[in-house]
Design a protein around this ligand. Sequence first.
Ligand SMILES: Cc1cc2nc3c(=O)[nH]c(=O)nc-3n(C[C@H](O)[C@H](O)[C@H](O)COP(=O)(O)OP(=O)(O)OC[C@H]3O[C@@H](n4cnc5c(N)ncnc54)[C@H](O)[C@@H]3O)c2cc1C
Length: 469
Amino acid sequence: MQYTPLDKVQPQYDVVVIGSGLGGMTCANRLAEAGHTVLLLEHHVQLGGLATWFKRGGHIFDVSLHGFPYGMVKTCKKYWGRAIRDSIIQLQHIVFDNPQFSLTTTFSKDDFIRILQERFGVSQTVVSEFFATVDAMNFYDDQRLTTRELFAQFFPGRSDIHRLLMEPITYANGSTLDEPAITYGIVFSNFMNRGVFTFEGGTDKLIGLMAAELLNKGVDICTGARVERILVEDGVTRGVVVKGREIKATAVISNAGITNTIDNLVGPEQFAADFLGRFSKVQVNNSSCQVYFGIRKGESIGNIGDLLFTSTAAEFSSEEMRRMDTKSRTFSVYYPKTRPQAPPDYTIVASMNADYDDWAKLSPEAYRLAKEAMIERCFDDLERYVPGVRAKVDTIESATPRTFHRYTLHTKGTSFGTKFEGLDISRSLHKQIDGLFHVGSVGIIMSGWLGAINYGVIVANDVDSYLRS
Ligand SMILES: Cc1cc2nc3c(=O)[nH]c(=O)nc-3n(C[C@H](O)[C@H](O)[C@H](O)COP(=O)(O)OP(=O)(O)OC[C@H]3O[C@@H](n4cnc5c(N)ncnc54)[C@H](O)[C@@H]3O)c2cc1C
């Protein structure tokens, strides 16, 4: 791909987008289509943000391509075109395996209704009422009811059912039982719509198609371009400073985390006290650890499922899931069908929730040992599904919250931005500083691949109106 070297970019644009996550890229795409001049600046050498991949030992590893809801089909067709939409395919085998139950599901509503009745013995009336309640939840509902209270209402004392309903969502975005039930309900309903989907061809293909689309529309793209500062004068955005160079812009959209944007790129001194008061209540979501296994060419692992939610912990606990020695992990299995265009390859990615502070405080030696211990725990668990797996693996890599922080610059390496309160801060940024907008993971609904793209469309519309006015 032919990106623009920083010294060749124009001195002035209608819009500068800081960061090329799915939210940032979608904003750039929509605004270029609307006829605005757009510069996209990315600190990493590769576009995509957390929607990323890397090559090691002849394998390609996907970092966040584990599953998204069916809504991606409509969203991608409308905002990114047919080629991207046509590569979205369903995952068929979602496996749960823990001391309370083991089952395989398509993760669709029909299948969950069947499982809740046949396997967990819940009456049809209760199941129907539960689904009717979560389906009807929307963004403007009362936020006081927590997910814990919602579950207690329909399935009192049934920690096995709470685990079935909650564990995948906690893996997906770190949410806990004590957050507003609407944030759970909206995400759960999105998945229950039709099941879990993936992108055939891999993250590299998706981001390659998106980058080509941006270049076609005339977006200037610079990688290795970390923005140091957003310029603000008299409450109005003037542009950015990147590697010591000033670039002027009528509007700036930050896809850097909302906390980084306010604390480091703009500076709190530019905001009103009441806004900072609300901002101080924003909680950052947890980060992740991952272990990547590449299977030696010629070896097979059989069909063990596409996504395996596995745990040896007695009961579901979002605290347990963030511990360094957690017994809970998701295995995402990538078969040769993931990249039909490439030579056959099997890779497996173990993902765990994690707290940045646990990993940040370790000395270099303690950090190395902690990573080794994590890899061993993943191997032990994987052995249950792929006997003799140690002998089949030729490449191992691992990532911790420190890794996610290094590549994205996100506060505490957060995988899913902030909790729900961050949305109001993100949406009201332009009311504080004219011409400054934020896009990116704030609250569960605006996170994940689908949430980030949809939020990108919303913010692009705001910026388009601003530029036209
Ligand atoms: C381990 C893991 C697994 C996941 N699995 C899934 C999944 O299965 N399904 C799903 O839907 N979602 C998943 N997600 C979440 C999903 O990947 C993210 O929610 C989404 O990609 C975030 O998009 P974003 O627009 O918020 O930007 P981000 O991806 O967070 O990107 C922000 C970009 O801004 C750049 N940036 C930051 N500061 C600067 C600066 N100063 N100058 C220039 N550039 C800067 C960063 O380098 C980065 O490229 C997962 C995330 C993780 C970490």
